[in-house]
Design a protein around this ligand. Structure first.
Ligand code: NAD
Length: 496
């Protein structure tokens, strides 16, 4: 199954494509091969999704009926939660407890959207009060159609679930392409959906290169909507391509999110959240709070505590007990992050700790958690996403300065503020130009709450009811109810 494509309810070999190695980032060993789909496979998958949408009746099922399949998928994920989490660790490198958390969250996502699918049966139409009593109208929500879902490697099953669950709940059919580095749990999802009896063509999973399979999904004229999570440059390209056919899009892109610590914050808690904001998932998190701004009264204390605690982080194979930081996802990602650290140093930054491969690791893409100080405001390190366990920290004096520094970015995904002054925290939260704001924490993410960015961090929102809306069109149905004829061209006969 892991070296096949899942198209139209069947496991098939790619028509023309070959295979690609899957590498365990902790050991650099090849653990599996996956199929590499080409445009011919994409065409089959999109046409299967089209049939399932247009002819086979998936959108015509009631929400309650679709919910049964979603709940069965959630249950299938939970039944093998530990096994899927282990696969995620082998594929992505993250510590097992993090993977376990992700897989539980993915199951919860299917359950949550099952609930919204059930509600949809009674809430999909809304009466509109018109200014002209000769007409009545209602607005009806309907599924968008065939969705091309393209996801990254940092939360493989979870990012797929954030798209597949609401899309299926809304009545859409899906062609999913996981990242080439981490495809295994998306294939598990296809297997679980298959065993749950999901009708053929409703979910198709194609592995392969972004530039081939991904591009073919983006360009396919029978795809109605593109749901993408990944890098800014690819997102921008997808937006341009989508414009040709006026495809609907939602984009979840990168960030360089600030975390602001005020003098009145609890220092130990602030350090805990700084660490959680940048070292969880090896810092390969779109919403990572990678720019830390600390008020000058507590800067030295926060930095000292952060360095001390960071040095205690246990690094190793994510399958071993007690590991808090695994390897980066690939050799390429490791080299990119090391290159970014070198560039930061060349720009004048200092390393307070980390910055190199940890001692004693012969194999695996391991990197010490890294704290950069004196990072120039105009440097790449301060402004661009590093996507690794690397945090930049600097001091500020006033609230006004902190807000200006925090918002001085082309990104606007997330922002965090740490303060015991409730009014100040709310003031700063309101001033942040970001789609997700955390007060006295960083990163907690809930299926019920909207997720997405301002500015160049994306378009649209995932999760919650906002994520459901992503897959719905709005139709207006207006009825002429007057007893009197309209009488514009054909005048009513006098006395008739
Ligand atoms: P990426 O853009 O390289 O790849 C993402 C997906 O797009 C992969 O499946 C890839 O195969 C595919 N792809 C690549 N080129 C394509 C093309 N030309 N046409 C269609 N598909 C193509 O990103 P990545 O390196 O996998 O992920 C890291 C990036 O994702 C980071 O920038 C991160 O911030 C972002 N991200 C954002 C969020 C969010 O919610 N905002 C979540 C996770 C990751």
């Amino acid at each position: 199954m892991h070296d096949k494509l899942y198209i139209d309810g069947k496991w098939v070999a790619p028509l023309k494509g070959g295979k690609a190695d899957v590498i365990n980032p902790a050991t650099e060993e090849v653990i599996q091969q996956i199929a590499t789909a080409t445009e011919e496979d994409v065409d089959l998958a999109v046409k299967a999704a089209r049939r399932a949408f247009d002819k086979d009746g998936w959108p015509k099922l009631s929400g309650a009926e679709r919910a049964k399949y979603l709940r069965a998928i959630a249950s299938g994920i939970r039944t093998n939660q530990a096994g899927i989490a282990r696969l995620e660790v082998l594929d992505n490198g993250k510590p097992f407890p993090e993977a376990d958390w992700d897989i539980a969250d993915a199951a919860g996502c299917f359950d949550f959207y099952a609930g919204l699918a059930e509600e949809f049966d009674t809430k999909s139409a809304e009466t509109i009060v018109l200014s002209d009593s000769r007409f009545t109208a209602r607005a009806v929500k309907e599924p968008m159609g065939v969705v091309g879902a393209i996801v990254p490697w940092n939360y493989p099953l979870l990012m797929a679930s954030w798209k597949v669950a609401p899309a299926l709940a809304a009545g859409c059919t899906v062609v999913l392409k996981p990242a080439e580095l981490t495809s295994l749990t998306a294939l598990e999802l296809a297997d679980i959906a298959d065993k749950a009896g999901l009708p053929a063509g409703v979910l198709n999973v194609l592995t392969g290169a972004g530039s081939v399979a991904g591009q073919a999904i983006v360009e396919h004229p029978l795809v109605d909507k593109l749901a993408f999570t990944g890098s800014g440059p690819v997102g921008s390209r997808i937006m341009t391509e989508a414009a040709r056919d006026i495809k609907r899009i939602s984009l979840e892109l990168g960030g360089k999110s600030p975390l602001v610590v005020f003098n009145d914050a609890d220092v130990e808690q602030a350090v805990e959240w700084i660490m959680f904001g940048i070292f969880w998932n090896q810092g390969q998190v779109c919403s990572a709070t990678s720019r830390v701004l600390v008020q000058d009264g507590v800067y030295d204390k926060v930095l000292a505590c952060l360095v001390e605690e960071t040095k205690k982080i246990t690094i190793g194979n994510g399958l071993d007990d007690g590991i808090l930081l695994g390897p980066l996802v690939s050799e390429r990602q490791y080299s990119n992050v090391v290159r970014d650290i070198e560039k930061a140093k060349a720009a004048g930054a200092s390393i307070a700790c980390g910055g190199k491969r940890p001692d004693g690791f012969g194999k695996g893409y391991y990197l010490e958690p890294t704290i950069l100080t004196d990072v120039p405001l105009d440097s790449e390190a301060w402004n661009e996403e590093i996507f690794g366990p690397v945090v930049c920290i600097r001091s500020f004096s006033t609230e006004e300065e902190a807000i200006a520094l925090a918002n001085d970015s082309r990104f606007g995904l997330a922002a965090a503020v740490m303060s015991t002054d409730h009014e100040r925290a709310e003031r700063v939260a309101a001033a942040f130009r970001a789609g997700i704001v955390w007060i006295n924490c960083s990163q907690p993410t809930f299926t019920e709450a909207p997720w997405g960015g301002y500015k160049q961090s994306g378009i649209g929102r995932e999760l919650g009811r906002w994520g459901f809306e992503n897959y719905l069109e709005t139709k207006q149905i207006t009825r002429f109810v007057s007893e009197e004829p309209w009488g514009w061209y054909i005048k009513p006969k006098v006395g008739a």
